[in-house]
Design a protein around this ligand. Sequence first.
Ligand SMILES: NC(=O)c1ccc[n+]([C@@H]2O[C@H](COP(=O)([O-])OP(=O)(O)OC[C@H]3O[C@@H](n4cnc5c(N)ncnc54)[C@H](OP(=O)(O)O)[C@@H]3O)[C@@H](O)[C@H]2O)c1
Length: 333
Amino acid sequence: MNNKKNKLLIYGATGYTGKIIAARAKELNINFEIAGRETNKTRKLAEELAVGYHIFEVDTEDAWKKTLQDKTVLINAAGPFQFTASQAMKACLKAGVHYLDISAELDTYRMAQSLDSEARKAGIQLISGAGLFVSYDALVIHLSKLVSEPEYLKVGFRHYGGFSKGSVLSSKNIADLGILVRKNGAIVNNPEPKSKIFSFGKEEVECMPTPLGGIILSYKSTGIPNIEEFFSLKLPATELPDLTSKNLPDGPTSEERAAGRNGISAELTGKDGKVVKAYVDAPSGYDLTPLSVLAVASRILNNDFKVGYQSPGSAYGEDILKDIPDTYLVDTK
Ligand SMILES: NC(=O)c1ccc[n+]([C@@H]2O[C@H](COP(=O)([O-])OP(=O)(O)OC[C@H]3O[C@@H](n4cnc5c(N)ncnc54)[C@H](OP(=O)(O)O)[C@@H]3O)[C@@H](O)[C@H]2O)c1
């Protein structure tokens, strides 16, 4: 594949998260264009950013072909990804363009996994879940190096900042899956889910059992056979908005995002019973995702990638953490 094109495409750039990704790409002086299915919003954003733009529906193969011909990497920010990932991944395979998305949907991780041999043939790196899970996965890899045979991983994710409309829509198909965990290498339902207290530095927080990306992504990165995940939400406002309302705001304002931080806390037990713990302190979710996916895209634009289906950690290890601004890993006891 041609790595000299050195150009990024952001599809779904007019969404709440896509706009923050595009603004960050501009800040980083990345050579990029945007795309989306809606003419006015896409053109307006392209004018504001002074970048090229393309308007097409996600299943228009010819438009993907034309748009991707001078690109190196795609960031798909158009979620729910159950409706966009397959088309965008296939377009990237055909065009020989690296694929990244910010999905939190387990099915798109499985889809990427199933396209491994095609991605190898096309010479592309395929990562579904290159948003919040970049630092999560780096943390798990860090811990996995501290015990000789990692056996049981428990991760608590404390999200700050509420949800965007797009995340609320996508969360429906995540919730439908039930409480999935990885047990002895297989993904199974947890029949007796229980909450757990995690430490995030000065704060101890009760987190509820919730399947996140690690049961697929961190399993790919480390092969840890038993993984349980937990989630806790902290809102800038005192009350949870009505998530079923048609009048939900697009997402938290930049002030709301800046008022708190995300935390990812993990405990890993080795076969010999040794327990190691650490946490990541990071900007709140909708700031962390753009910083993370652009850290990965920048690596690719600098010719740093591994072909085939990858997780953030299998491609970059814990080293990628240093590319994510204002994000710190702290070892604890
Ligand atoms: N795990 C993470 O790191 C993370 C973090 C943030 C967000 N996310 C996920 O990212 C996704 C987007 O979130 P958001 O906050 O940006 O949502 P949003 O504000 O609703 O934006 C969604 C964007 O995707 C486009 N889109 C949706 N369905 C499409 C389709 N079928 N074909 C073409 N374009 C489509 C929308 O275009 P229109 O405007 O034309 O509808 C819009 O540009 C969600 O799935 C969310 O869960 C994940």
